[in-house]
Design a protein around this ligand. Structure first.
Ligand code: BG6
Length: 492
């Protein structure tokens, strides 16, 4: 525990930023890489800035057409080019090092290692690419934090099995995970099995590579069935990792955390907030405790959701519990009791506006105190280290003629959240580090836009992939450098 009047973060606190392969790498058909479900996600011009602009889904018809044409289609697919990190990684890592990063979160694109997911042997060129990236990071004093699955399953698994809806996807994932552990065990200490498994409740295509129209089961059931298979795959990977990795390696789960508040003091609204929180935390509950919580079994029963489980699944879950809980934190929501609320529990986008909170340009409520509340509640619940691995502000930036970007709004956002994180640490919460989302501008997950920028580093590229790809330092770059250099003292 650190002192209440301490101006700095604990010694050894990891400072950095977070990315995902499908949002930065590009080179979607180079180095022997197969296609991933994110390569099929389109940017659609009708997308506007605002709360309701997600373009997560790919329809069964679109998917089949792309598959039949070897991935060629008429759409705009920004996740195929990302920000071309594949060819710029040295320059990008040098910029992160200049800010003083001590950690960098990234994912390994599964079809770069197993192009269809079904090969017996991995693709050496893909493995060598990540060796080069890890070596570059380590040479710059940056500890990699690696997500094995961040919305990047090979499309073949969707085509053949309907992705994570099928148990058959478990075995290829465990082979992929085991291959990565074996190959990188001397370079990577911190691992996350799945990014935000609770994405399945928002988009089962993005979260689980599942084409819901191909199943005659209700959508909610499809999402929880896919999640069950991911729980098993994650637990099996953790078990394998414990055998392969050095004793000081840590493997975590990761959820998209949303803090829920009751809309009023009416006890039924308070209960609704408790329930919404439970459904949000269900994903970490299973992975930390190793079993399904009672509240969820009752929910399945009442909603007539039939998740098919096999004998032995309980033991697999119990044997594969995680060492830390990573999470993204972007916003809080209001919960209110109403008929049918149970059936929509867990949805991210709320309808009621909290009058005390400002919204981002994309309509996301800004709530730094909610961050502190979440940290405290999760620590109280789990008593294992927490790791906020995504937090940040997506905004339209203006590049000035001299290459500067005056993003004081981003500094204000991050500063207010970091101060609350610091308060939580002083409350006694154990936190491994903090990685902002998108330290370098990248393609948005939810809207496939380039214009929704999170970075300290500006990348000259538009929503259609046009631009010089030149990197430049925003005002926030120099601010974050000072924060890291002072181990937090520059916040005050
Ligand atoms: C998280 C995802 O949910 O939110 C990231 O893990 C994503 O992949 C981030 O980019 C921000 O969302 P968006 O839609 O603004 O890119």
């Amino acid at each position: 525990m650190i002192k209440n009047d301490s101006l700095t973060f604990p010694e050894g606190f990891l400072w950095g930023g977070a990315t995902a392969a499908n949002q930065i790498e590009g080179a979607f058909d180079e180095g022997g890489k197969g296609l991933t479900t994110s390569d099929f996600a389109q940017y659609k011009e009708k997308v506007s800035d605002g709360a309701d602009n997600f373009t997560f889904e790919v329809s069964s018809v679109e998917f089949d057409e792309l598959m039949a044409n070897g991935g060629k289609g008429d759409g705009v697919y920004p996740k195929r080019w990302g920000i071309d990190f594949y060819h710029h990684y040295k320059e990008d890592i040098a910029l992160l090092a200049e800010m003083g990063f001590t950690t960098f979160r990234m994912s390994i694109s599964w079809p770069r290692i197993f192009p269809t997911g079904l090969e017996a042997e991995p693709n050496e060129e893909g493995l060598a690419f990540y060796d080069a990236v890890f070596d570059e990071l380590l040479a710059n004093g940056i500890e990699p934090l690696v997500t094995l699955s961040h919305y990047e399953p090979p499309v073949t698994l969707t085509d053949k099995f309907n992705g994570w809806l099928s148990r058959e996807t478990i075995e290829p994932f465990v082979r992929f995970a085991t291959t990565c552990f074996e190959r990188y065990k001397s370079k990577v200490k911190y691992w996350i099995t799945f990014n935000e498994m609770n994405m399945n409740l928002v988009s089962v295509y993005t979260g689980g590579g599942v084409l819901a129209e191909r199943s005659d089961r209700p959508l909610r059931e499809v999402a929880f069935q896919a999640s069950h298979h991911q729980f098993l795959a994650s637990a099996l990977a953790v078990k394998a990792g414990r055998e392969i990795l050095p004793a000081d390696a840590m493997i975590g789960c990761m959820i998209n955390r949303h803090q829920y508040y009751p809309l009023t003091t009416k006890p039924e609204d308070v209960y609704r907030a408790c329930k919404d929180d439970q459904i949000n935390l269900f994903y970490s509950d299973v992975q930390v405790r190793g079993y399904y919580p009672g509240y969820m079994l009752r929910y399945f029963d009442e909603q007539e959701i039939n998740v098919v489980m096999e004998e032995g699944d309980d033991a697999i879950l119990a044997e594969g519990t995680v060492d830390f809980v990573a999470f993204s934190y972007y916003m809080s929501h209001l919960s209110k009791d109403h008929p049918g609320a149970d059936a929509t529990a867990g949805h991210f986008v709320g309808t009621d506006k909290n009058e005390y909170l400002e919204l981002t340009q994309w309509g996301w409520p800004i709530d730094p105190v909610g961050f502190r509340i979440s940290l405290n509640e999760m620590w109280d619940r789990y008593q294992i280290p927490l790791y906020p691995v995504e937090n940040g502000l997506g905004a339209n930036d203006v590049l000035e003629e001299d290459g500067s970007v005056h993003d004081q709004y981003r500094i204000d956002y991050l500063k207010s959240h970091l101060i609350q994180l610091h308060e939580a640490i002083k409350d006694g919460v154990q936190v491994l580090g903090y990685t902002t989302w998108g330290p370098i501008d990248l393609v948005s997950c939810g809207t496939s836009q380039m214009s929704k920028r999170y970075g300290f580093i500006y990348v000259d590229q538009d929503n259609y992939g046009k631009g010089s790809l030149a990197r430049s330092r925003k005002d926030s770059f120099f601010w974050y450098k000072d924060v890291i250099g002072s181990n937090g003292a520059a916040l005050y």
